[in-house]
Ligand binder design. Structure first.
Ligand code: GTP
Ligand code: MG
Length: 442
C-alpha cells in the first residue's frame, strides 16, 4: 500500500484535484506499465494494520472520500464546485501493473487523503509548549494587517478567560476572512459564533513570563492547549505520517492578487507545516525492526509541488507559475534538503502546474494566444485575462498594481463533460502524478 497526502491551504484546490485525479485514473486507458485501476472494494481500515497498531495508534477517524457526491455536483444541471471540506477522508484504489523484469501482473494499493486545508495550520503546534506557541502566535500576528493581539490583551488584561477567549476568537475570525493561513487553533474557523465551542475548549495565547507562569489562568490555558494538541492535532497528523508521497497544492494566482503580507503568510505557513514531517524518518535498524510489526513512520520519498488553476492563465504564463512557486517554497525546501542530507539521505521534489478541472480553452487569434470560455455553446474570448509576472511583486505597491490589472475570474466548472464516458477536462493532471509514484512500478 502506498499512501499519498494531498496537502494545501484552504481553497488551494485539493478536493477538485482529487476528484479529477480519481476520475482520470478510473476512466482513462493508461498505457504502459499500468494495466488496470479500480476502486478497492475492501474497507481500507483492514489494510496495513500491524500487530502493535492497537497499542500505538491514535489516528483521527476518516470518512471515505465522497467521490460520487462531488461527481454529481459537477455533472448536475448547475455544475457546482465541491463545498468546503469539513472531514478528513480517504480513497483507496487498486492498481494492477506489470513489472519490468517479470511476466506476471502485480497489484498495488494507493490510498489518497483529502483534508480540510485549515487543519494543516495546526501542525506547527505539535512541537511547541503553550509558552512557545503563545510567543510565536503573538509575533506572527503582529505582522498581519491591523492586528496586535498582545496589545489587545494588554488593554483587556482585567477580563476573565471566556471574555478574553471571545476577543481572540473574533481576531482569528477576522483574519481568516481576510485570507490569512497561519492562524491557530483551526477549530475556530468557519464557525458562526463562539457559542459553538465548549467553554473548556477555548484557549488563546498570552505572554508567559517567569512571574505569571504559575497563574491559574495560564495553567488552565496550558491544559486546554495540551488537550487540543493531544485529542485533535496529533490524531490528524498521525494519519499523514504513513504517507510516502506528498502532493502540495498552491493557489499562486490568488496570492498574486492579494498582498505582500499574504504572500509571506503562505510561504511561512507552508514552511512550518513541512517542518513537522520528518523527511529523514524510517531509517536505521530500530525503525526497520519496528516496521515489521507496526506502520510507524515511513520515509517521505518524493514531494510534488503544484500550482493549481492553470486554466486561468494563458499557455505561456503557465511556466511562469512554476517559476513563482519554486521561489515561494524555496526556503522550506532548502531546510528539508539540509535536514535530509545531515543523515545522508536525499529525497526529490518536483514543481509543476495543473488544472484539475479546466474551465477555459486555449485559442489563437492572429498569431496571439488567447483564453476563451464557452457561453451558451459558443466560444467567447476572455477579455483582459490574468497575466502572470516573471517574478513575485517586490513590494505592496507592485502587488496593488498587479491587482488592478488582474481580476480573478470566478468560473463555473466545465459543463461540457456531462456524458457518461466523461474524463474531466484538465491541464497536465496525469503526468506529474504518475511520475511521482513511478518508482513503485520499477
Ligand atoms: N478555474 C479553476 N478553478 C479551480 C480549479 N480547481 C479548483 N478551482 C477553484 O478553487 C476552489 C477551491 O477548490 P477546492 O478543491 O474545493 O479547494 P480545497 O483545497 O479542497 O479547499 P478546502 O476544502 O477548503 O481546504 C473551487 O471551488 C474552484 O472555484 C481548476 O482546475 N480550475
Ligand atoms: Mg477541500
Amino acid at each position: 500500500m502506498i499512501e499519498i497526502a494531498v496537502i494545501g491551504l484552504s481553497e488551494s484546490g485539493k478536493t477538485v484535484y482529487l476528484t479529477s485525479l480519481i476520475n482520470h485514473l478510473l476512466r482513462k486507458d493508461l498505457n504502459g506499465v499500468i494495466r488496470n485501476i479500480s476502486l478497492d472494494s475492501e474497507p481500507s481500515t483492514k489494510d496495513g494494520s500491524g500487530l502493535f497498531d492497537t497499542f500505538f495508534s491514535d489516528k483521527a477517524s476518516v470518512i471515505s472520500f465522497p467521490y460520487d457526491e462531488y461527481l454529481e455536483r459537477f455533472l448536475g444541471s448547475d455544475s457546482l464546485w465541491p463545498k468546503r471540506t469539513k472531514d478528513v477522508s480517504e480513497y483507496v484504489l487498486k492498481v494492477v501493473y506489470k513489472k519490468d523484469d517479470s511476466s506476471g501482473l502485480r497489484e498495488l494499493k494507493v490510498k489518497l487523503f483529502d483534508y480540510p486545508g485549515e487543519l494543516f495550520a495546526d501542525f506547527p503546534m505539535l512541537e511547541q509548549s503553550y509558552a512557545e506557541w503563545s510567543n510565536t502566535i503573538m509575533r506572527v500576528l503582529r505582522g498581519k494587517q491591523n492586528t496586535d493581539w498582545e496589545s489587545i490583551y494588554m488593554k483587556n488584561s482585567d477580563k476573565n478567560i471566556s471574555e478574553l477567549g471571545r476577543l481572540y476568537f473574533n481576531e482569528v475570525h477576522r483574519l481568516e476572512k481576510s485570507g490569512y493561513n497561519y492562524l491557530q487553533p483551526s477549530k475556530y474557523f468557519g464557525l458562526n459564533s463562539i457559542e459553538e465551542i465548549k467553554e473548556d475548549e477555548l484557549f488563546f495565547p498570552l505572554p508567559v513570563t517567569s512571574d505569571n507562569k504559575h497563574d491559574e489562568m495560564i495553567r488552565e490555558l496550558e491544559r486546554r492547549f495540551d488537550r487540543y494538541k493531544l485529542n485533535t492535532v496529533s490524531p490528524n497528523y498521525e494519519l499523514l505520517r504513513g504517507c510516502s508521497y506528498q502532493i502540495i497544492l498552491f493557489d499562486v494566482l490568488t496570492t498574486l492578487t492579494t498582498s505582500i503580507s499574504h504572500y509571506n503568510d503562505v510561504s511561512y505557513t507552508i514552511e512550518k507545516i513541512l517542518e513537522q514531517f520528518d523527511y529523514t524518518a524510517g531509517y536505521g535498524i530500530f525503525n526497520a525492526l519496528l516496521s515489521m510489526f507496526y506502520d510507524y513512520q515511513k520515509p517521505i520519498k518524493k514531494i510534488l509541488f503544484l500550482a493549481t488553476k492553470a486554466d486561468m492563465v494563458k499557455k505561456n504564463d503557465r511556466g511562469k507559475m512554476v517559476v513563482l512557486l519554486k521561489k515561494l517554497v524555496e526556503t522550506a525546501l532548502k531546510k528539508l534538503k539540509l535536514k535530509a542530507s545531515s543523515v545522508n539521505r536525499s529525497f526529490s521534489a518536483e514543481v509543476d502546474y495543473v488544472s484539475a478541472m479546466r474551465c477555459t480553452k486555449d485559442i489563437e487569434t492572429g498569431g496571439d494566444e488567447e483564453l476563451a470560455i464557452m457561453v451558451n455553446g459558443k466560444l467567447e474570448k476572455i477579455k483582459n485575462s490574468f497575466c502572470v509576472p516573471d517574478d513575485w511583486p517586490a513590494n505592496e505597491k507592485e502587488f496593488e498594481e498587479l491587482k488592478s490589472k488582474n481580476k480573478m475570474l470566478s468560473l463555473s466548472p466545465n459543463i461540457e463533460v456531462r456524458r457518461h464516458d466523461y474524463v474531466f477536462p484538465d491541464i497536465n493532471l496525469d503526468k506529474p502524478f504518475l511520475k511521482l509514484i513511478e518508482e513503485e512500478f520499477k
